[in-house]
Design a protein around this ligand. Structure first.
Ligand SMILES: [Zn+2]
Length: 370
């Protein structure tokens, strides 16, 4: 109760994450525009000189006579759809369409929103759209805790009103036990307007509605360690080994980056796009994975390095063969838990997932439009 600014801080943090994102996008856009800006400045300089010349020679420039009219600023419509409305195109492939961010700040939501997963979605994109952290989306949907990639089109997801843990109250729980369980402040739970609209906080002690949602702002759950599924063929002595210089396995845009619970990159391009080995190595596994990866290839590059290629539509390589760096091994698809054609790509070094950005040689592809 002493800290009513806590939930505000959490909202501000979520908002600042989005602002950060926008700044990065803006910077990236600016980098491409530098030469244009320089040229524009030069043109403006020339125009300024001409104007000074005209004034000095005694000519007067007539201001435009007609009065200017200004349009009333219009409020953006509140019922604009804010979801990815991608529809299958004529070829049957899913198209990823841009969902522009609205410039108006989103109103604080005071309810748990149910969002239906759209083609091309992933947890990062959905979280950004609602101004909450990706973790918050995962915590509100228990199934996602084991595999954050386990999204399918049409699947309903709970979206919490703010960042933190959205929890369903069980019998016997109190604000204090819930705060302790999710490592959060009891005050933050008590002061949350969403919680106040659901539970009886006016009673002393407060009465929680069993089965009702309770928002734990700033709360967290431990990361469920994700098992690294592997093939069971061991590389023979004469199998090709990697060069340790890994290259991009496909040409694509990045639809989801590597983050705490997403141990790889999502590289989006159309169905059938070539997928090549990031480095020379031995193909340990080719086949179906039922944890969500769908059609999957695992390449062992020796020295404890593995690469994983998931959601493939077709296999070109076979288990038990050696492949050269850059060799065609499969094709982009959307098999397994996937919302549209993309390659889910992982680099695992000595059992630890590593961020491919910074390891893969060559130009890093841009973020996909969304
Ligand atoms: Zn992925």
């Amino acid at each position: 109760m002493q800290d009513p600014t806590k939930s505000l801080q959490i909202r501000v943090r979520a908002l600042s994450m989005r602002v950060d994102e926008r700044i990065q996008e803006f910077r990236a856009a600016q980098r491409n525009n530098v030469s244009l800006v320089t040229r524009l400045t030069a043109h403006l300089g020339v125009i300024a000189l001409v104007l000074i010349g005209l004034l000095l020679s005694g000519l007067q420039l007539q201001a435009a006579q007609q009065p200017r009219t200004y349009n009333q600023p219009t409020e953006p419509s509140m019922d604009m759809p804010d979801v990815n409305m991608a529809q299958p195109d004529a070829s049957g492939d899913l198209k990823i369409v841009t969902v522009p961010y609205t410039s108006k700040p989103k109103k604080d939501r005071l309810e748990v929103t149910t969002y239906v997963v759209q083609p091309g979605d992933n947890v990062s994109v959905i979280a950004a759209r609602f101004g909450v952290t990706p973790d918050s989306v995962i915590w509100a949907n228990a199934k996602l805790e084991e595999n954050p990639d386990a999204l399918t089109v049409g699947q309903p997801l709970y979206i919490p009103p703010v960042s933190g843990v959205l929890h369903q109250v069980a019998k016997g729980e109190t604000i204090q036990t819930i705060a302790a369980r999710f490592k959060a402040q009891a005050d933050a739970i008590f002061n949350d307007p969403f919680n106040q609209s659901i539970h009886d906080f006016k009673s002393a002690p407060p009465i929680l509605a069993v089965g009702g949602w309770i928002m734990v702002p700033g709360g967290s759950k431990p990361i469920v360690a994700r098992q690294i599924t592997r093939g069971n063929i061991t590389a023979p002595g004469n199998a090709l080994k990697g060069t340790a210089n890994l290259q991009w396995p496909t040409s694509a845009c990045i639809s989801q980056y590597f983050w705490g619970r997403h141990p790889g990159l999502d590289l989006a391009n159309s169905q059938g796009t070539a997928v090549t080995a990031a480095d020379a190595g031995f193909v340990e596994f080719v086949g179906w994975d039922n944890t969500g990866y769908g059609n999957m290839i695992l390449v062992n590059h020796g020295n404890g390095t593995l690469t994983r290629y998931a959601h493939l539509s077709a296999f070109v390589a076979q288990a038990g063969q050696s492949v050269q760096k850059g060799q065609l091994i499969g094709r982009i698809g959307t098999t397994g838990r996937s919302t549209g054609p993309h390659l889910h790509f992982e680099i695992i070094v000595n059992g630890v997932h590593r961020n491919p950005v910074g390891i893969l040689q060559g130009r890093t592809p841009g973020r996909c439009n969304r």
